[in-house]
Design a binder for this molecule. Structure first.
Ligand SMILES: CC(C)(COP(=O)(O)OP(=O)(O)OC[C@H]1O[C@@H](n2cnc3c(N)ncnc32)[C@H](O)[C@@H]1OP(=O)(O)O)[C@@H](O)C(=O)NCCC(=O)NCCS
Length: 200
């Protein structure tokens, strides 16, 4: 298995404060009452042309590119509907939404490590839901890789269900399995969906 050599940390250790590359991150299970406070002030808005540099940077840090393959299609974040969360006048997170066959596809959801666990991802998802509802889109779809347990947890907690698993798809694309979150081999593309009108 090859190492996934992303140059930027994806997570932040709450114990020691160290920024973590993907394969050094580990999960901890806690009581529901021991979750950190959502004490961050931020706004969510649609991106403007002047946000392009910040959007390119968060894509670079999350995936190393702005073009993302999922559902057998290549989506370009720069041509998508981009919803951004801004805190302290800086970009904290991005949700990129595209339209495909009359449905909404979440192309990318990424929150910078310093802002994770403070409700930014949930707020971006609510904004994507509102956008989809206002534009008459009945379903939101997303594809994640099998190693990305934090994202799988996040989407399931927000009512998404697995609709399909494209087994081996990510090995086929890269030629070999790379090590993703926590060193787990990146192999399968997990497809998830949620009706837009369903509330949590
Ligand atoms: C997964 C992710 C989008 C969640 O965004 P977030 O702003 O941290 O999410 P929220 O604060 O709204 O919600 C946190 C919830 O998700 C869970 N969670 C997932 N990842 C978490 C993280 N890194 N820190 C804290 N909570 C996290 C929490 O347990 C919490 O669950 P709960 O609602 O049951 O308490 C974000 O952690 C992230 O961007 N991770 C990096 C993913 C990435 O860039 N991957 C690269 C390829 S896409």
């Amino acid at each position: 298995m090859d190492d996934f050599d992303l140059p930027y940390p994806q997570y932040h250790c709450p114990e020691c404060g160290r920024d973590l590359p993907l394969n050094e991150a580990r999960l901890t299970v806690t009581c529901a009452s021991h979750q950190p406070e959502d004490d961050l002030a931020f706004v969510v808005r649609e991106a403007k042309p002047s946000d392009r540099g910040d959007i390119e940077e968060i894509c670079d840090r999350a995936l190393g590119e702005t073009e993302i393959d999922m559902f057998g299609t290549t989506f370009d974040v720069l041509k998508s509907i981009n919803l951004i969360a801004e805190a302290n006048e800086a970009l904290a997170g991005l949700l990129s939404l595209s339209l495909r066959r009359g449905e909404a596809v979440i192309v990318l959801l990424s929150v910078y490590p310093d802002y994770q666990g403070k409700g930014v991802g949930a707020a971006l998802l609510r904004a994507a839901q509102a956008y989809s509802r206002d534009h008459g889109l009945p379903l939101m779809r997303v594809a994640i890789s099998n190693d990305d347990i934090p994202l799988l947890y996040f989407y399931m907690r927000h009512g998404f269900v697995i609709s399909d698993i494209d087994v081996g798809r990510l090995v086929d694309d890269s030629g070999s399995a790379i090590a993703g979150f926590s060193g787990i081999a990146v192999r399968d593309e997990i497809h998830m969906l949620r009706p837009v009108c369903e509330h949590r």
